[in-house]
Design a protein around this ligand. Structure first.
Ligand code: HEC
Ligand code: HEC
Ligand code: HEC
Length: 132
């Protein structure tokens, strides 16, 4: 037999998650930020793509970074094999920020908008920071 209570709770949670992006942004006045992609490294690319699908990167880059860090440091394996089977060298500074060399107009743009301030830069450096 179905447990109606659980099914309804599940449905409510599902609908909540499904429409989250919708009501979360409702009433926000500021327009969605547009992270800039016009870096020298990205301009050189024939096919403009990230290490994973764009949609995945937008929603899941935080978890991906955690996973990459664990793989690189705990397992000592610095090659990440992405979903296309390509090998990507794991490095926040030398991989992510090689292509996204415009941290201020890219990472920071979204983070300021979303009100998050990743603490990564307490230790990691932005190799392109001009004041260094
Ligand atoms: C080889 C170059 C390259 C590397 C390395 C790279 N990116 Fe990207 N990234 C891109 C390109 C190009 C896009 C835009 C793809 C598109 O327009 O569909 C992108 C898109 C993104 C986006 C979505 C931006 C948006 O709103 O459209 C995020 C977030 C992102 N990258 C984060 C990262 C992180 C974190 C890393 C390191 C794990 C990383 N990228 C490594 C080239 C790269
Ligand atoms: C398309 C917008 C966008 C871009 C571009 C972007 N981020 Fe993010 N990032 C976010 C959002 C939104 C969050 C907060 C997500 C949450 O709280 O669940 C976040 C969270 C994070 C977190 C986790 C922070 C925390 O305190 O939990 C890290 C680490 C991070 N981003 C790294 C990066 C790096 C590095 C880049 C640039 C290479 C980047 N992000 C580019 C939107 C973006
Ligand atoms: C307390 C200092 C500290 C903080 C804060 C920190 N890291 Fe690291 N991280 C390190 C050190 C040290 C290494 C090891 C460097 C090495 O062996 O190459 C490392 C390695 C990594 C690596 C794998 C190797 C590399 O060169 O990128 C990733 C990915 C990474 N960190 C991501 C993050 C992210 C994402 C954040 C923020 C959410 C963060 N770290 C915050 C100290 C820190």
């Amino acid at each position: 037999m179905y447990d109606t209570g659980k099914v309804i709770t599940g449905l409510v949670i599902f609908v909540g998650i499904f429409t989250f992006a919708f009501w979360y942004t409702a009433g926000t006045a500021a327009p969605r930020p547009e992270p800039k992609l016009d870096t020298p490294e990205i301009q050189k690319m024939a096919k403009k793509q990230c290490v994973e699908d764009t949609q995945f990167m937008i929603t899941t880059h935080m978890q991906l970074l955690n996973k990459l860090r664990d793989q690189a440091l705990r397992d000592g394996n610095r090659w990440y094999v992405n979903s296309k089977g390509e090998k990507v060298w794991i490095s926040l500074q030398n991989t992510c920020l090689k292509c996204h060399s415009n941290k201020k107009d890219f990472c920071d743009k979204c983070h300021n908008y979303a009100g998050v301030d990743p603490y990564c830069w307490d230790c990691h450096i932005d190799p392109n920071r001009s004041e260094l």
